[in-house]
Each structure stands twice: as structure tokens, then as C-alpha cells.
Design a protein around this ligand. Structure first.
Ligand SMILES: [Zn+2]
Length: 74
């Protein structure tokens, strides 16, 4: 029941997770103009706008999380 046309515009690129270094996926969602990078190993998620390069949504657990909040000890 999967319609090929729905996935035709999405390009999936194999990358390395910037958070944990594991093999991850980068989805180019041409229909919405977004680029979604996700890692199933560490739950890393990054959604950027393909046009502006701006970050729409970002979630980096573990390693990066500490870097982002450096200076503020939880
Ligand atoms: Zn990862």
C-alpha cells in the first residue's frame, strides 16, 4: 500500500552522526524544503531549512547536550 510517489521527492543520504559518530540518515524533504538528520543510535535529531540553512528543530542527547549547556551545571 506504499505509494512510491510519496517518497520520490525524498532523498535519503547515509551520513555519520555528528553526535555519536554512528551511521545515521539525512533525509532531504524536498516537498517541505527541509533537511532532517536523524540517528537511531543516540536519538540525535536535526531539522534544518534547505533554503536558509536555519535550524528548525534540534535535539542532541548525551555528548552534545553537555556542550550546549556548558557553563550551566544541571
Ligand atoms: Zn548518534
Amino acid at each position: 500500500m506504499v505509494r512510491e510517489t510519496l517518497f520520490k521527492m525524498n532523498t535519503i543520504q547515509a551520513i555519520r552522526c555528528p553526535n555519536c559518530g554512528s551511521p545515521a540518515e539525512r533525509h532531504h524533504l524536498d516537498s517541505s524544503g527541509l533537511i532532517r538528520t536523524q540517528c537511531l543510535i543516540c536519538d540525535y535529531l536535526l531539522i534544518t531549512c534547505a533554503e536558509t540553512g536555519g535550524v528548525v528543530e534540534a535535539y542532541a542527547p548525551g555528548i552534545d547536550e553537555k556542550r550546549l549547556v556548558s557553563g550551566t551545571h544541571a
